[in-house]
Design a protein around this ligand. Structure first.
Ligand code: A3P
Length: 331
């Protein structure tokens, strides 16, 4: 198979919290830090970051060198990052690696790893420099913690968000799955989420920063919702292909390529691959273990109703209405 830029790289030292420097510990000590969820969170520039990743994420704004032809998949956690990565990677690389190919990277590697996180999982900054252009990268960081050159150079950004109640329920399950320090109750998690205190939160700031960027740079920032991926995945595949600069040809349309991508990246298809059923990574000095299988739970719209009380749902809806008022972003 032709060489496909998969972004696959096992972390050497960059994500090993046992190698965190004193400087990082000093930083955490100086900034507001809270327990909760599965790992402590530290507030940096109005964004809550996992404390064990603070130094890595703080370095991104100064040391990540964007290129004008970079494509960045940006998400708030639990918005469908894994799905978006699988879709974008398979669409972007399809001319070099057909989905029929038995050696397709997504058959053996979890989608999270095929598109590196800027400054984090598989994407330490020196490594990103070695990747050929155009690079397909990803991040959970808000725009305000990325270098301004992402905007000024006109980097293309695909932002995926999700209805906040579903994103919250998904996150609550996930954090309890990965954490080894005992479960966090739904009410406690809910209170923290509504206070904006969750990794990469407040979620409303995150959504709004990319929403405004998509209004300012509509040709370069594609704003998507998990719900539209669920309701019309074929249309999203076409949209993504055009946005990534590799639109589907008539021949591909006739050959059912869009449907092939949708099926290949569907929840059941990905979840049942060995690469996504087994294995995982340890983080935060062993305090969390992320099983790749935990990235696939239900994959449904509206699951919040099975977990949240009517009062909680109303409170979250009021919060969302208030935070997004006047922005044009509605859930
Ligand atoms: P649920 O917990 O509601 O099931 P992220 O990848 O950003 O961590 O988001 C995880 C959420 O996306 C989980 O939601 C997960 O089940 C869902 N998901 C993962 N892969 C998916 C796919 N191929 N199709 C639909 N949903 C998917």
């Amino acid at each position: 198979m032709a060489q496909v830029h998969s972004g696959i790289k096992e972390s050497s030292s960059t994500n090993d919290p046992s190698e965190s420097s004193n400087t990082e510990a000093d930083l955490v000590a100086r900034l507001p830090t809270r327990e909760g969820w599965s790992t402590p969170l530290t507030l940096h520039n109005q964004c809550w970051l996992r404390s064990h990743m603070l130094g890595k994420f703080m370095a991104v704004r100064d040391n990540f060198r964007p290129r004008g032809d970079d494509i960045i998949l940006a998400t708030h956690p639990k918005s469908g990052t894994t799905w978006l990565k699988a879709l974008a990677f398979s669409i972007f690389n399809r001319s070099r690696c057909s989905l029929d190919n038995d050696n397709h990277p997504l058959l053996t590697t979890t989608p999270q790893k095929v598109v590196p996180f800027i400054g984090a999982v598989g994407g330490d900054l020196d490594y990103l420099e070695t990747l050929p252009s155009p690079r397909l990268l990803s991040t959970h960081l808000p725009l305000s913690l990325l270098p301004p050159a992402v905007s000024t150079l006109g980097c293309r950004v695909v932002y995926l968000c999700r209805e906040p109640k579903d994103a919250f329920v998904s996150r609550w399950h996930f954090e309890n799955k990965i954490g080894k320090g005992g479960p966090i109750g739904l009410e406690d998690a809910f209170d923290m989420f509504c206070q904006g205190c969750s990794a990469f939160g407040p979620f409303w700031e995150h959504y709004l920063q990319y929403w405004k960027e998509s209004s300012a740079r509509p040709r370069e920032v594609l704003f998507l919702r998990y719900e539209e991926l669920v309701s019309d995945p074929l249309e999203v595949v076409r949209k993504l292909a055009s946005f990534l600069g590799v639109p589907l040809t008539q021949e591909e349309e006739d050959g059912g390529v869009a449907q092939q991508v949708v099926s290949f990246c569907s929840f059941d298809s990905l979840r049942n691959l060995d690469a996504n059923k087994a294995g995982g990574v340890e983080r935060a000095g062993g305090k969390v273990f992320i099983q790749f299988s935990s990235l696939f739970r239900k994959g449904k719209v509206g699951d919040w109703a099975n977990h949240m009380s009517k009062e909680m749902a109303e409170k979250m809806d009021r919060l969302v209405e208030d935070k997004f008022k006047g922005s044009g972003l509605v859930f």
